[in-house]
Design a protein around this ligand. Structure first.
Ligand code: SF4
Length: 262
């Protein structure tokens, strides 16, 4: 049963609600008055409901799309100004007890070295990132209560925040680690993290076979003949040239991560 106020992820992330929202969005997207109402509301910079966002997802009229892009720029500049905030990921440890098939750190991979950075090594990595101009970090670690307990993450956050180098200190540390307890989230909060993408629960029961049946849109919002790619062609295409990072629902991380750089 969908309940936006519930603290149970199975209630505030409800598959039936997602599907109904998409269905409703598909129908309302051709209703110009409704789309105009939603865009006017967006202009106030106080946010949209997921149902309203779903309507905008299905807009394919060229003129409306152009005004949506212009409005998106207006809102972005109003809220963030002319800047793009970047976070450098710093992997603290690739020990992991999970087996996400898309991730090279999965527990069954016996071909990689397992490494957990010491606090001294973290300092060296952070200074190297600061020398590259980074001010914000996303600390990453696999799920492994033995090697990566919350105490290790907290100690690492403290280490990072206390490094003074050239232009000063790291301004913001975010963490992407295994889902944990409310008490531990409080400790992370008190340690001064910016945010965490950890969590748990299902985002959708949509099968990947359904997802990969959808067509991609280009940057003008027009449907292309290309379908949503599976990970293998992305990995091959990016090989040697780019880092591919995916954020996917996961049974333990909620918003989990996978990255490779070849
Ligand atoms: S995505 Fe995260 S939880 Fe899954 S195997 Fe990789 S490091 Fe472990």
């Amino acid at each position: 049963m969908y309940d936006v106020r519930s603290l149970d992820s199975n209630e505030f992330i409800d598959n039936a609600e997602i599907l109904e929202s998409l269905e409703e969005g598909r129908k309302l997207a051709s209703d110009r008055t409704e789309v105009e109402r939603i865009l006017n509301k967006a202009r106030e910079c106080r946010g949209l409901t997921h149902r309203e966002a779903a309507v905008l997802l299905f807009v394919d009229d060229e003129e409306t799309l152009k005004s949506m892009y212009a409005l998106a720029r207006e809102i972005k500049e109003h809220i963030y100004g002319r800047r793009i905030v970047m976070f450098a990921p710093l992997y603290l440890s690739n020990y992991c007890i999970n087996s996400c098939s898309y991730c090279p750190y999965h527990a069954k991979n016996k071909h990689i070295c397992r490494k957990k950075l010491t606090q001294e090594e973290i300092k060296r990595e952070v200074i190297a990132l600061q020398d590259m101009g980074h001010k914000r970090l996303a600390l990453e670690a696999g799920e492994d209560p033995l090697h990566n307990p919350i105490e290790y993450i907290l100690e690492s956050i403290d280490t990072v925040y206390h490094i003074q180098h050239k232009n000063g200190a790291i301004r913001r540390v975010n963490v992407n680690i295994a889902a944990t307890t409310i008490q531990n989230y409080r400790k992370l909060h008190d340690a001064g993290i910016g945010n965490t993408t950890t969590g748990s629960g299902n985002l959708s029961t949509m099968l990947s076979s359904t997802l990969f049946g959808y067509y991609l849109k280009d940057n003008q919002g027009r449907a292309t003949q290309f379908k949503v790619p599976t990970f293998e062609p992305i990995r091959k295409t990016a090989s040697g040239r780019a880092k591919t990072q995916l954020r996917l629902p996961h049974r333990s991380h909620g918003q989990s991560h996978a990255g490779w750089n070849r």
